[in-house]
Design a protein around this ligand. Structure first.
Ligand code: ZN
Length: 243
């Protein structure tokens, strides 16, 4: 693990003002390595800028459902119509280099003794949502590292398993030996826990801490981008409420 301090970003969703604010905060937190639990693209209007930044950062990234569908021509039957409209728009923004980057993403990555996945380790390619302890329990049966970070629900929360699985909100978590953690880092680009600020996590292996950071960003700039691109107004409005 060396002396790295990790920033774990998830569900950036083409929101450049949010990603920029989170990067600034992460550098101020002395982060040395960026990681991403998927969904770099979708929903908002700056997929190229977000993707190229992730590539330049050397950010280890796993595949999200939007990453998968935006880089394929697969039918969008499983998508909410609003999301599907942006997937179709995003497909037209990406060049071959962007498409190759997205298509080559793995569903699960192991980094320095911990794990990254977008949705859940039991069937990562099925894009199941983990909202409660029961759903997290299925994940833990497949989690071979003490620590695994994920996203997908856009709700930051920690599931910890000792004898049973507990679901907890967190701001600063002190990791305990013998406990397993499945940690949702929340969403950079479209938070859904009622707090419109960007969310991401800082993991310090030396201190054995995971800190949830909340970062305000220029929501109006992101909304202007959505409107200028002709994307659905509801996607601009929801950012104000964090829903
Ligand atoms: Zn997402």
């Amino acid at each position: 693990m060396g002396d790295h301090r990790y920033a774990i970003l998830g569900d950036i969703h083409s929101n450049w003002p949010a990603l920029e604010a989170v990067m600034t905060d992460a550098f101020a937190q002395n982060v040395t390595q960026f990681l991403c639990v998927g969904d770099v693209v979708g929903y908002n209007a700056e997929p190229v800028r977000c993707l190229e930044t992730i590539m330049e950062l050397g950010c280890v990234t796993v595949m999200g459902n939007h990453d998968q569908y935006c880089s394929s021509s697969a039918p969008l039957d499983d998508f909410h119509p609003l999301a599907a409209e942006v997937v179709r728009w995003t497909r037209n923004q990406l060049n071959d280099q962007h498409l190759t980057f997205l298509r080559d993403l793995k569903f699960v990555r192991r980094v320095a003794g911990f794990t990254l996945v977008h949705s859940t380790l039991d069937m990562p390619e099925k894009w199941g949502y983990v909202f409660d302890a029961l759903e997290a329990d299925a994940n833990f049966n497949y989690q071979s590292t003490a620590l695994c970070f994920h996203g997908h629900t856009h709700v930051p929360v920690v599931f910890e398993r000792q004898k049973t699985v507990h679901r907890m909100h967190f701001s600063r978590l002190q990791l305990q030996l013998g406990t397993r953690y499945f940690i949702n880092v929340g969403s950079v680009g479209q938070p859904r826990d009622g707090d419109p600020r960007s969310a991401y996590a800082v993991f310090d292996p030396q201190l054995k801490t995971v800190e949830l950071r909340r970062v305000p960003y220029d929501v109006e700039a992101t909304q202007a981008g959505i409107r200028n691109a002709g994307l659905p107004e509801r996607l601009a409005r929801r950012l104000v409420f964090g829903k």
